[in-house]
Ligand binder design. Structure first.
Ligand SMILES: Cc1cc2nc3c(=O)[nH]c(=O)nc-3n(C[C@H](O)[C@H](O)[C@H](O)COP(=O)(O)OP(=O)(O)OC[C@H]3O[C@@H](n4cnc5c(N)ncnc54)[C@H](O)[C@@H]3O)c2cc1C
Ligand code: SF4
Length: 463
């Protein structure tokens, strides 16, 4: 057994210098070298009670994979992770580890937890770069399953069912598969070739992907059953409908939803000088919100050359974004106007954004979400001079599928209602991910896709 590395801090992850990376879209974090990975893996105590595993929504066998890394057996480490996580290169980059596995790590009691996410990323990247093993192509069991949406929920459900021999077709509304992984999370955080690798892996398992297929418009859920003879349908259509604040001035030119802003930048490559769909964001940008989406929009705007300010109504402690993204955003020169809430957007005579009117806030007792409630401070009204406002205050599921599928029960806010296993109110129709929970995380969407795949298998076998 390798000797324990007693260091109280994690091995640093090499990154591009902040003043260089805030002008390019290449990946910020560069990943561990072999030596750094082995050194970090040696910090793991291989605890008997393995608390880190409980913190992982898909229960990756963390100590076992880390022990293989410590011994330099990177492919074996990959195979251990891959048993329960089909998208490790993605999770290693975007999971909020500090709230999950690393929050439970014993090494975190005195010092920093083991860099579990960084090790997962290292192992997955090593596999992508070095492995030559092709997946075994499963023998068809003759049953067809349709998946709506190609985000992490749909991809995971598709992968698990394909491995069981189902003939799986994913229907994706956009011209590219991947969901938020391609249209939301920017290249500098999640390179698109990594997502493509995972999608190629599914294609090798004979999963068909039909892009430009808006279910609820081109084909209905009922038609998938009646005309195309799918035995079950999984809806993983996400939560892509942006919310706005409903304050005066939101119709001025230069006000974007973060979704539109990021989709145009990521999917349409609007940041490239030869883009067919360039995007205007001006010299001064305010991003309203404090989640991962807000950080991504702010850091994209910075890379387009703007001076960027995050406007968030609570304090730093309540920022919902991943810690690493907040730190990276700060290093890159994003300003944070915390405890600040917009109440109006003022425009120029020709209809462009000119100013954001805000109130200062103070924190009061916790609200229903358990977080301190922000309350306006009287007389604190002030104006920020801006050319562009990006609203990043949340999203809800698009109502298209709900409106075109009879008998599909949904919550008032649009989320599809399911049981524990993902079964909806319609026989044979399962759902999971953001379409059910509202905007959440990649790993929770994957967990839902996994559970639904198992339930779909049980359902079809029992028929
Ligand atoms: C900018 C941004 C940054 C984020 N950062 C992080 C992060 O760092 N870490 C993290 O864990 N999570 C992050 N998230 C959240 C995470 O990406 C989502 O929770 C996750 O992608 C949800 O997966 P999903 O499969 O449910 O839906 P999605 O990824 O939204 O995929 C749904 C897919 O369904 C398609 N679709 C929708 N309607 C139809 C239809 N009618 N017919 C056919 N296809 C349809 C959509 O085009 C889309 O491709 C971020 C989200 C955003 C927007
Ligand atoms: S809790 Fe931390 S130290 Fe213990 S097994 Fe898990 S990763 Fe290793």
């Amino acid at each position: 057994m390798a000797t324990i590395n007693k260091s109280l801090v994690k091995n640093e992850m090499p990154v591009q210098p902040a003043d260089v990376r805030n002008r390019n879209f290449s990946e910020v974090a560069l990943g561990y070298t072999k030596d750094q990975a082995i050194d970090e893996a040696r910090r793991c105590l291989n605890c008997k009670h393995k608390p880190c595993i409980e913190g992982c929504p898909v229960n990756v066998n963390i100590p076992d994979f880390i022990a293989e890394v410590a011994n330099g057996n990177f492919e074996t480490a990959y195979q251990i992770i891959n048993k329960t996580n089909s998208l490790p290169a993605i999770c290693g980059r975007v999971c909020p580890q500090e709230k999950q596995c690393e929050a439970k790590c014993v090494r975190g009691i005195k010092g920093e937890p083991v860099g579990i996410g960084r090790l997962e990323r290292f192992v997955a990247d090593w596999h992508i770069a070095n492995s030559t093993t092709e997946p075994e192509i499963p023998k068809s069991n003759g049953h067809k399953v349709a998946i709506v949406g190609s985000g992490p929920a749909g991809l995971t459900c598709a992968g698990d069912l394909a491995k069981l021999g189902y003939e799986v077709t994913i229907f994706e509304a956009f011209h590219l598969a991947g969901g938020v992984l391609v249209y939301g999370i920017p290249e500098f955080r999640l390179p698109k070739h990594i997502v493509q690798k995972e999608i190629d892996g599914l294609k090798k398992l004979n999963v068909k992907i039909e892009t430009n297929m808006v279910i609820g418009k081109i084909l209905s859920i009922d038609e998938l059953f009646d005309e195309y003879e799918f035995k079950a349908v999984f809806i993983g259509s996400g939560a892509g409908l942006p919310m706005f604040m409903n304050i005066p001035g939101e119709n001025f030119k230069g006000v974007y939803s973060a979704n539109e802003f990021l989709t145009r930048i990521n999917l349409m490559k609007a940041y490239k000088s030869d883009s067919d769909t360039p995007i205007h964001c001006g010299a001064k940008v305010a991003v309203v919100g404090g989640g991962n989406v807000a950080m991504d929009a702010a850091r994209c705007a910075k890379r387009l050359g703007a001076d960027v300010t995050i406007v968030y109504r609570r304090s730093e402690a309540e920022l919902p974004a991943r810690l690493e993204e907040i730190e990276h955003a700060k290093e890159e020169g994003i300003n944070f106007n915390l405890l600040t809430n917009p109440i109006e957007i003022i425009g120029t005579e020709d209809g462009w954004v000119k100013e954001l009117v805000c109130l200062k806030m103070k924190l009061s007792e916790p609200d229903a979400s358990g977080r301190a409630r922000p309350v306006p401070i009287e007389g604190s009204e002030h104006k920020l001079s801006v050319d562009c406002v990006i609203m990043s205050i949340g999203t809800t599921p698009n109502p298209l599928i709900k409106n075109t599928t009879e008998g599909l029960a949904t919550e008032k806010w649009g989320g599809i209602i399911t049981d524990e296993d993902g079964l909806t109110s319609r026989k044979g129709v399962y759902a999971g991910g953001d379409a059910v929970t509202g905007a959440a995380t990649v790993i929770l969407a994957m967990e839902a896709g996994k559970k639904a795949a198992k339930a779909i298998d049980d359902y079809i076998k029992s028929k």
